[in-house]
Design a protein around this ligand. Structure first.
Ligand SMILES: Nc1ncnc2c1ncn2[C@@H]1O[C@H](COP(=O)(O)OP(=O)(O)OP(=O)(O)O)[C@@H](O)[C@H]1O
Ligand SMILES: [Mg+2]
Length: 499
């Protein structure tokens, strides 16, 4: 017992040192190099390599090697690959201090050919599977791998697995972070306005033409069709892109509040105006101003807005002085502004000023060929990889193609979020769709598969019941003559059974 003590103490010491080193490394590649070095140095091996299984293909790949060429290892006769495969398969470490006389290795060509003496192969095990292996060998008798070396390697392998998994995670988070950053910086290019349909191509072509100008743009489209997205894209593709992009939602705000937001005020111009306030138009100077739901503006504010467009001037509330503002105006509405003009609730001159360029964004139901490409884009955008969802079944896709999408792309986006959460496999299935979308389809399918005769028969029975089996009333409701009804009752054999 006493003899063992110094041994285990030295193992512990080596382990402690090893853990200090590998715990301080965050970079995946550097970590693997260090693990290799520690293993080689502690065991005093001559050669070695470290293999890690590829996350996707599950194939083992040599990541680091010492005194061996990485590329040649797998097919090399210089090393005992048999022992590597054995260790991987059994999940048990293998050690020999004299390979040539060890019965487990006598069949092994490389052992004989290259005089391999000591070999240690340790699997890198996680709870559920083996993620890699460390191989060490030596040809000389100078240093043979003893039991102590194996003990160290077994414990060290456990430590190594933990740090490898950690580094992988950090690595993948770093990659994800980078791709998110790229996504954000490219977020407002026209490439992010997805659409393969003719209608959407026309929209993006128009956007290309107008973004580098200063002309006002009016976006017209239903809720969720991408008005906000397009407004931002116009700004970010214009020469104003390094200046501000300010959005003001014009609906559902008291007039005075909206007015002071937009134009600012002078101190003391009303109770509560404790100091001068810069309005949003001034704040956006040099940039782009997006007036969302412009159809909701009051006539007073409309008049002031007209001045911004015509003279590029604003006056703060309570002020006597005009100020110059240089803003490009983009506005959006889901109303038909011509109707508002006719009703007198929207100034005609303002309307013409706003719609120098008018872009009608078509609802999704009128460009259903955009659905597949949007679904693909959204799968990507919603980062489904972490959940392992990478597509949609053709049945589910056909349900999406049949649905009307009253909430347009926003609804599609929300639906996809729902479906990704629900999905169990790689593909989104019909059952993963929200009931209001998949259900409609089932009802439709049922209805669509019925024969016209059956529907007619069912309807007649229902109307009969509703009218307490009065044939006269029933024929009136159905809009047919009593004779026709009697004929149909007979034809459908309703007379006896149902009355
Ligand atoms: N063509 C498109 N390609 C990709 N994503 C889109 C597209 N159109 C809209 N979206 C996305 O759909 C969502 C809704 O779009 P957005 O908010 O721009 O619509 P909106 O027309 O401003 O709606 P609302 O009138 O309700 O404000 C956003 O997440 C947007 O990124
Ligand atoms: Mg919007």
């Amino acid at each position: 017992m006493k003899k063992e003590l110094p041994e285990s103490v030295s193992i512990l010491k080596s382990l402690y040192q090893a853990s200090e080193v590998i715990n301080s490394i965050r970079d995946y590649g550097e970590l693997l190099e260090k693990i290799m070095d520690i293993a080689i140095n502690t065991v005093d091996a001559e050669r070695g390599f470290l293999m890690i299984s590829d996350e996707k293909s599950q194939e083992m790949k040599v990541e680091v090697a010492r005194n061996l060429r990485k590329e040649n290892i797998i097919n090399s006769k210089e090393i005992s690959m048999t022992s590597v495969y054995n260790a991987l398969q059994s999940g048990e470490a293998i050690r020999t201090s004299d390979a040539m006389s060890d019965p487990r290795f006598t069949e092994n060509q490389s052992v004989a050919l290259y005089n391999l003496r000591s070999i240690i192969v340790v699997p890198l095990k996680r709870i559920d599977r083996t993620i890699g292996v460390i191989y060490l060998d030596s040809q000389t008798t100078k240093k043979v791998f003893d039991e102590e070396a194996l003990e160290f390697m077994n414990a060290f392998a456990n430590l190594a697995v933990l740090s490898i998994e950690n580094a992988k995670l950090t690595n993948s988070l770093a990659i994800e972070n980078k791709s998110l950053k790229n996504e954000i910086s490219s977020m407002f290019h026209f490439e992010d306005i997805i659409g393969a349909s003719k209608q959407m191509r026309q929209v993006t072509e128009l956007l290309e033409k107008i973004s580098n100008t200063d002309v006002p743009v009016l976006l017209h489209g239903e809720s969720g069709t991408g008005k906000g997205l397009i407004a931002r894209a116009i700004h970010h593709n214009s020469s104003r892109k390094d200046k501000k992009f300010i959005t003001q939602y014009c609906g559902a705000l008291p007039e005075t509040l909206l007015e002071s937001e937009l134009f600012g005020y002078k101190k003391g111009s009303f109770t509560g105006a404790m100091s001068d306030k810069v309005g949003l138009f001034e704040a956006a100077d040099g940039g782009t101003f997006f007036l969302d739901e412009v159809g909701d503006l009051s006539l007073t504010i409309q008049t002031k807005l007209l001045r911004v467009l015509q003279e590029h001037k604003i006056r703060r509330i309570g002020d006597t002085e005009d100020r110059d503002v240089d803003v490009r105006i983009i506005s959006a509405t889901n109303r038909v502004l011509e109707d508002e003009v006719k009703k007198g609730t929207f100034r005609e001159d303002l309307y013409y000023r706003l719609k120098v360029i008018k872009i009608d964004i078509p609802p999704l139901r009128s460009r259903k060929d955009d659905i597949p490409i949007l679904v693909k884009y959204l799968l990507n955008k919603l980062n489904t990889k972490s959940k392992g969802v990478d597509g949609i079944s053709s049945e589910a896709m056909s349900v999406l193609m049949q649905y009307d999408w009253p909430g347009n792309i926003r609804e599609l986006e929300n639906m996809m979020q729902h479906a990704i959460v629900m999905a169990q496999g790689e593909l989104i299935a019909i059952d993963d769709l929200p009931p209001e979308i998949s259900h409609k389809n089932i009802i439709r399918r049922e209805v669509f598969s019925k024969k016209l005769k059956d529907v007619e028969r069912e309807h007649i029975i229902n109307v009969l019941k509703e009218n307490e089996y009065s044939r006269k009333k029933t024929s009136d409701v159905l809009g047919i003559s009593l004779r026709t009804l009697q004929y149909k009752l007979k034809e459908y054999d309703i007379v006896k059974h149902e009355q």
